[in-house]
Every structure is written in structure tokens, then in C-alpha cells.
Write a protein that binds this ligand. Sequence first.
Ligand SMILES: Nc1ncnc2c1ncn2[C@@H]1O[C@H](COP(=O)(O)OP(=O)(O)OP(=O)(O)O)[C@@H](O)[C@H]1O
Ligand SMILES: [Mg+2]
Length: 258
Amino acid sequence: MNKIIAFAGKGGVGKTTSLALFLKYIIDNKKAKDILVIDSDPDANVADVIGEEIQFCDTIGGKMKVLKDKIQSLKLAPNIPKNQLIESDVYSCLIEMDDFDLLEMGRSEGEGCYCYINDVLKKVIDTLSKNYDITLLDSPAGLEHFARKTGRDVTDLIIVSDPSKMGIHTLKRILEITDEVNLKFENIWILGNRFPENLRDILLDELKKVNKENVTLLGFISNNDEIAKINLLGGNLLELSEKNSSYVEAKEIFAKII
Ligand SMILES: Nc1ncnc2c1ncn2[C@@H]1O[C@H](COP(=O)(O)OP(=O)(O)OP(=O)(O)O)[C@@H](O)[C@H]1O
Ligand SMILES: [Mg+2]
């Protein structure tokens, strides 16, 4: 098995929370042995929901800043290929947790000058994820990175929406953009987070209008006080009770993927 699963959607709809519940499902049920989690959100969200603190210098962004400074001040020996340096930096950023490895992208400054590095980075991550049964990708909110085609090798795209007009609007825009730039996913899943039961038909109706063959409703995860509390107190979502009603729902719907 070699799956790369990305979570996308409007800001704050529950991408990181759903990813953490999915991760818990995979670990608890031994669905995969080698798991990589890539947090490409500059605000380092995944670490937050599993109660970890990560320093900027331990993120890819931090390492790349050092590298960029070295390249600019010509402190690097010209005979060392830059992609080799980037590769070893990526490996040194891997944080080994008990049940999975975590890669924090961190912030990257000064967009333009990062083009070369970003390009190599993308290739390195593609290669890296081949060593894992499953790679979970927490995408930043917004759509730019889809337009830039960075989701190319993703097998499953999970688009999360909360019960808001903007959440559904972004969901639809992501679907349009994946068409426009011809991104291919094996599956596109729609996940309704925090929808009260009486509003779920609205999302279902929107999906009927979309009517695309590889776009499927994954299901719904209800709003849950315990999840909110863990977030508020900076706890670890992986330690959520097996019996938590939203986790029970999550397990059922994620079984459709793996
Ligand atoms: N099912 C849920 N029940 C209760 N609270 C939830 C649920 N899903 C998400 N939340 C809360 O909503 C907030 C936003 O969730 P989360 O951080 O997962 O969203 P996000 O899409 O990753 O946001 P961002 O775009 O900022 O990365 C958090 O405080 C989280 O605890
Ligand atoms: Mg997030």
C-alpha cells in the first residue's frame, strides 16, 4: 500500500482535527505500519493537536532559511550539489513519534527566491513518502497550492466543510480548480464536519449538483465538546477515548478509505 491522503478546505473547517482522528484510527486499528504526517500548514497545526511543541529551526522552513542564507553568502562549497543538501536537511527534520513520523514544513519567507528550493523539496517529499505505507498531508487553507499543482501525487483528497456557506463555496472552488489544472486523484472525498443532523441534506444536495464520478461523500463527524476541550487545553487528540461519539463516527467513515 502506498497512499497519500491530503486534507483540504476553508480555514478553520476542521482539516487538522479530521487528520488527527484519521491518524488515531490508523494507529489504533493497525491499518498501516509506516506512517508519515506532513504538516504543510505554516502555522504548525498538527503538532498543536497532538500536544507537541516544535521549534522553527526544526521545520523545513527553518532549515531552508539557513540553507538559503548560505547559498546567498556563497558559504557553500560549489562542488556539493544543492539538492543533496536539501535532501539531508529534510531527513534531519523528520520527527520520530511513537507510532508515526512527522514533518513540519514551517513558514517559508520571501516566496520568489524559494522557487528552486521548493521544487527540489517537492521531489524529495515525493521520494520520502515512497518509504511509508501511508502519508497524511495537512494542507494550508486556501487554494493557491492546488493551482500550483503541488497535489500531483496525492491518491485521496479529502475536502472538509463545516456548515457554512463559505465552507461549501471553498469546497466547490477546490473541485473546479482540480479540474482546471487537470489534477488527478484516485478519489475525492467530501467530509462534513460539525453539521447538525437537520442540515446534512444541504451538503448532500450540493454534492448532487456537482455530480462527478470520483467525488464521493465520505460522511459526517459531529460537533463534540471533548474535541473542543482538548483543543482549548492543548491536549492530544490521539488520546481521545475510543468511545467518543465523534471518534466512533470517524472510524466508520474512514474505513471507506482504508
Ligand atoms: N468535530 C468537532 N467538534 C468540536 N470542535 C471541533 C470539531 N472539529 C473542529 N473543531 C474545532 O474547530 C477549530 C478549528 O479546527 P481545525 O484546527 O481542525 O481546523 P483547520 O481547518 O485545520 O483550521 P486551519 O485552516 O486554521 O488550519 C479547533 O478549535 C477545533 O478544535
Ligand atoms: Mg489546520
